[in-house]
Ligand binder design. Structure first.
Ligand code: MGP
Length: 238
């Protein structure tokens, strides 16, 4: 990156050697170039943010699918849980959206997202908000609702999600599937949720009302699923 004068908050790191990396994120650090291909250009992450970043090829594929299947009148994309920016950057790079909004509650993680967007050269295409996405949607972005779609990659309660063969979406912490659906529906029905690959499909089906359909898509890397996305509302996946 050209202007490397920014100072990272104390809980933000750019680990360069395995010996610096806490043991519980070494698995993720080993995949750093899959997570951010420009990692060596100075990507910032907090230790907690590693768990939730969408690997770049997956983020790009989701961005491509959302770009091609969103309803025509949808010109704004809101990334409700932007984290360190993996998905937000991919949406901005896609060129499909008039504006991309990234919301993140954690100040340091938001600093990472802003910094990482600069590395990818898309900072001018993104408006960032710090705070609770449900409040921001209600109070600050309401006027954009008719033109917007939401992408949400919520916390799943940490990497411990892997211990259950079938992930219970009703017990997802801190926001259950029902809570996310009902809160986001107050804003728009056009939403895509990024959820564990082991998500209980029966619970997903029970959320679908009347004769509507939703598309569930697994996103894979090296022959195994990383996660799935559920496409609701006007998304028209062929
Ligand atoms: P993983 O299962 O923790 O890692 O996360 P991985 O590398 O598949 O482990 P393996 O040893 O089983 O192969 C898989 C993907 O899920 C990550 O790349 C993230 O995109 C996503 N992910 C993981 N967690 C714990 C979260 C989370 O809490 N929230 C969100 N939104 N995504 C997560």
């Amino acid at each position: 990156m050209s202007e490397e004068t920014e100072e990272a908050p104390p809980d933000v790191h750019h680990y360069q050697d395995r010996s610096e990396v806490p043991w519980d994120i070494q698995n993720y650090w080993a995949q750093r170039y899959k997570i951010f291909s420009k990692f060596d250009e100075g990507i910032w992450l907090t230790d907690d943010a590693w768990f939730g970043v969408t690997p770049e090829p997956v983020a790009n594929k989701i961005a491509e699918h959302m770009a091609s299947s969103a309803p025509a009148g949808c010109s704004i994309l809101i990334d409700a849980f932007a984290g360190a920016g993996g998905n937000t950057i991919a949406f901005a790079k896609s060129g499909r959206w008039k504006r991309v909004y990234g919301i993140e509650k954690d100040h340091s993680v938001l600093q990472c997202a802003k910094h990482n967007a600069k590395i990818y050269g898309v900072q001018d295409k993104i408006t960032w908000f710090e705070g609770d996405c449900f409040e921001i949607l209600r109070n600050q972005l309401k006027v954009l609702a008719p033109y917007s779609a939401i992408f949400a990659s919520p916390p799943w309660g940490g990497p411990g999600y892997r211990s259950d063969d079938v992930f219970n979406l009703r017990k997802m912490e801190p926001y259950s599937l029902q809570f996310l659906r009902s809160e986001f529906s107050l804003f728009t029905e056009n939403m895509v949720l990024y959820l564990p690959r082991t998500s209980n499909l029966k619970q997903l089906a029970m959320e679908v009302k009347d004769d509507k359909k939703v598309m569930v898509m697994h996103y894979c890397m090296e022959t195994s699923s990383k996660a799935l996305c559920v496409y609701y509302g006007g998304f028209n996946m062929q």
